[in-house]
Design a protein around this ligand. Structure first.
Ligand SMILES: *[C@@H]1O[C@H](CO)[C@@H](O)[C@H](O)[C@H]1NC(C)=O
Ligand SMILES: *[C@@H]1O[C@H](CO)[C@@H](O)[C@H](O)[C@H]1NC(C)=O
Ligand SMILES: *[C@@H]1O[C@H](CO)[C@@H](O)[C@H](O)[C@H]1NC(C)=O
Ligand SMILES: *[C@@H]1O[C@H](CO)[C@@H](O)[C@H](O)[C@H]1NC(C)=O
Length: 256
């Protein structure tokens, strides 16, 4: 397919080249010339790096079992885009709070959870201030349901996945095109783990009065729904996602 395309393009170009050669050979060269290879950025082998830092052995083990190590390394090799990885230390895996657990996820869900720890672009620590204005930031897990929210509070970078709130503990590696930031928690996506355990809410005084909850209860009753918050999370996210897509679509159309 690509070869065929190239043949077509080349034969069209040949005509142009012949036509142009009448005007002097030099006129054709500058535009067609391939750019000089950029000054060699140091190649970063993610697996090697993760195996000596941390310890990040559990994360690395998941990267390998899901084959995401190849996806991420491929992205790291794309020096013009790069990659930003949020890597939980080994001990973070043992402190995942019940009922969340990685052990009974399907392979696809596990892949989503691990993909959720990477963003397909290199971001230095100083980029997060601007990044926080664009929340939610898309991850490798894809789709509007798998975005991360960042806040930069005087240099402390917090990450909110809806289920997990954590922060960047340290920069393990931060040189374009590869950023690896250590986190003290595993990032659990709301889309898989639901919203029923909001962590670290500033706990507004629980409203025991049934009256206060009446509107929500009534709304739930209207739908004839006995579903848990986690079950209703997905549709809400999809609605929000569609809304965002509609807005983005509208903006794109406007900018034409
Ligand atoms: C990344 O680049 C290195 C060095 O050029 C190469 O050996 C490796 O196969 C590449 N990996 C992927 C997954 O593209
Ligand atoms: C996973 O297992 C835990 C207990 O280990 C359980 O509480 C939880 O509901 C299970 N989750 C799913 C999606 O089956
Ligand atoms: C952040 O955004 C502002 C305005 O949008 C821009 O002027 C500035 O260069 C950006 N800073 C970085 C570090 O990207
Ligand atoms: C992330 O930020 C967006 C935009 O501010 C907000 O709509 C969304 O609810 C946030 N998500 C989480 C999980 O905090």
């Amino acid at each position: 397919m690509k070869v065929e395309m190239n043949v077509v393009v080349c034969s069209s170009l040949l005509l142009l080249c012949f036509a142009a050669s009448g005007n002097g050979q030099k006129s054709t060269s500058p535009a067609i010339e391939t750019p000089a290879p950029s000054p060699a950025t140091e190649y970063v082998n993610l697996a090697d790096l993760l195996s000596v830092a941390g310890p990040f052995h559990i994360f690395l083990k998941y990267l390998e079992s899901t084959k995401l190590i190849d996806t991420f390394q491929d992205q790291a090799n794309k020096t013009e885009e790069g990659i930003t990885l949020f890597v939980p230390k080994d001990e973070a895996f043992s402190s995942i709070r019940k009922p969340a657990s990685l052990s009974n996820l399907t392979q696809d869900q596990l892949k989503s959870v691990i993909s959720f720890h990477a963003v397909p672009h290199y971001y230095s620590l100083s980029d997060f201030r601007n990044l926080s204005l664009q929340n939610p930031i898309a991850t490798f897990a894809g789709g509007p349901n798998f975005g991360l929210n960042f806040t930069d509070n005087a240099g402390t970078i917090r990450i909110d996945s809806g289920w997990t709130r954590t922060k960047v503990i340290s920069a393990v590696h931060a040189a374009d095109p590869v950023a690896i930031y250590e986190t003290d928690k595993v990032l659990l996506p709301e889309a898989i783990f639901g919203t029923d355990i909001p962590p670290l809410l500033p706990a507004p005084a629980p409203a025991p009065a049934p009256v206060a909850e009446a509107p929500a209860a009534a709304a739930a009753a209207d739908k004839g729904s006995s579903s848990s918050p986690s079950e209703s999370a997905a549709p809400r996210n999809i609605v929000v996602g569609n809304l965002v897509m509609a807005i983005v679509g509208g903006l794109l159309m406007l900018s034409w």
